[in-house]
Design a protein around this ligand. Structure first.
Ligand code: FES
Length: 366
């Protein structure tokens, strides 16, 4: 017994000493001092070294997209590093292609500012700002999807394009002790500059969705950063194919509302899929748009209709709708939003039907 106790005491002491040495090392070795960060060759910042490039940029109010809170698991935070940044890490491999790597692309949450650095970022990121918004409306659209309306502080305006997204900074709350950023597409048209609406689906154990579904109340404040995203409506006269499942309807809604407001009369068909009737939402708004827009057609399907759905429409997945109703890719453009398997399947079908790769735009969400 005495031996066991002696071993436990000895191990605890060693662990304690190691932890102490590590904390000393962090305070001394990790002190890199001030570093010079040059952005797009014309903006020079003096920053404290040692932190990740992503955090350093946020610290200086330059917001790079990030959906995983800097954990290296979303691949959103890519930045071109022209000088500095250290070795390419194994954690970046899954998100940065060989071709991108050769051009210096890195995950900014993974590389640290330990030396002077030169980086290049898209100019539009200088327009991304953080707003402390007020939650003015919360509505249950289905039992798993909520609509929230966020009003910007008085005098502020969000200048965005149909299809873009914002990031919500989820605060620390009862079920999470870390602040995390999560990305949500804007559902309102760009004319709504002082307030934006988002559809937020509940993901079990999702930090942000749990906060929004279980804790957020009207009148609360939320930090919102944006706008972000290359998935944007393109002005052209091509026929449009829109396809979405679940909350993938969000950017599509912004696109359709923008088209309606601006009397854009392109031929457009929206294919929307849900599991059961109660999972269909915003149908009244979409049917209203269908009446008001001469060239807009809505086609829906249910993948698992039950008897209580009393469903007489299409049964199957969005992919089945595309197979059935889209004839070819001649002078057509597609906008897709959904989970990766759905996007991958729809892209394949569209390519087989003769769509050009550059005419297929998509926004994949996890
Ligand atoms: S922030 Fe998600 S991978 Fe860098």
């Amino acid at each position: 017994m005495d031996n066991i106790l002696t071993t436990i005491v000895a191990m605890s002491s060693i662990t304690g000493i190691l932890a102490f040495l590590l904390s000393i090392a962090n305070k001394t070795i990790a002190n890199y001092g001030e570093k010079k960060l040059t952005i797009n060759e014309d903006k020079e910042l003096t920053v404290d070294g040692g932190d990740s490039l992503l955090s350093t940029l946020i610290e200086n109010e330059i917001f790079i997209p990030s959906a995983c809170g800097g954990k290296g698991s979303c691949g959103y935070c890519k930045v071109k590093v022209l000088d500095g940044g250290g070795q390419f890490l194994a954690t970046e491999k899954g998100y940065v292609s060989e071709e991108e790597r050769e051009k210096g692309v890195r995950l900014s949450c993974q590389c640290k500012v330990k030396e002077d650095m030169r980086i290049a970022i898209p100019e539009e990121l200088f327009n991304v700002k953080q707003y402390l918004c007020t939650v003015t409306e919360i509505e249950n659209l289905t039992d798993k999807i909520k609509r929230i309306r966020l009003e910007l502080p008085e005098g502020s305006e969000l200048d965005y394009k149909p299809g873009q997204y914002v990031q919500i900074l989820t605060p620390v709350y009862k079920e999470s002790d870390e602040e995390v950023y999560r990305a949500y597409s804007i559902t309102t048209p760009p004319s709504s500059k002082n307030a934006v609406e988002l559809f937020i689906g509940y993901i079990p154990e999702g930090i942000c969705t749990t906060y929004i579904h279980k804790y957020l109340k009207e009148g609360d404040k939320l930090n919102v950063i944006g706008p972000f995203g290359d998935f944007q409506y393109i002005h052209s006269d091509k026929e449009m194919i829109l396809a979405a499942i679940g909350t993938g309807m969000s950017p599509i809604m912004s696109i359709l509302r923008h088209m309606k407001e601006n009397n854009i009369n392109r031929k457009v068909t929206f294919f929307f899929g849900a599991r059961t009737r109660p999972d269909m939402y915003m149908m009244d708004i979409l049917q209203e748009l269908e009446k008001e827009m001469d060239n807009f057609t809505l086609i829906t399907c249910l993948s698992r209709p039950t008897e209580s759905c009393s469903w007489r429409g299409e049964v199957g997945r969005v992919t089945n709708l595309i197979e059935k109703f889209v004839e070819n890719g001649d002078n057509k453009e597609a906008y897709l939003c959904g989970n990766p398997p759905m996007i991958d399947s729809v892209v394949k079908i569209l390519l087989d039907k003769g769509f050009k790769e550059e005419d297929i735009l998509y926004d994949k969400f996890e």
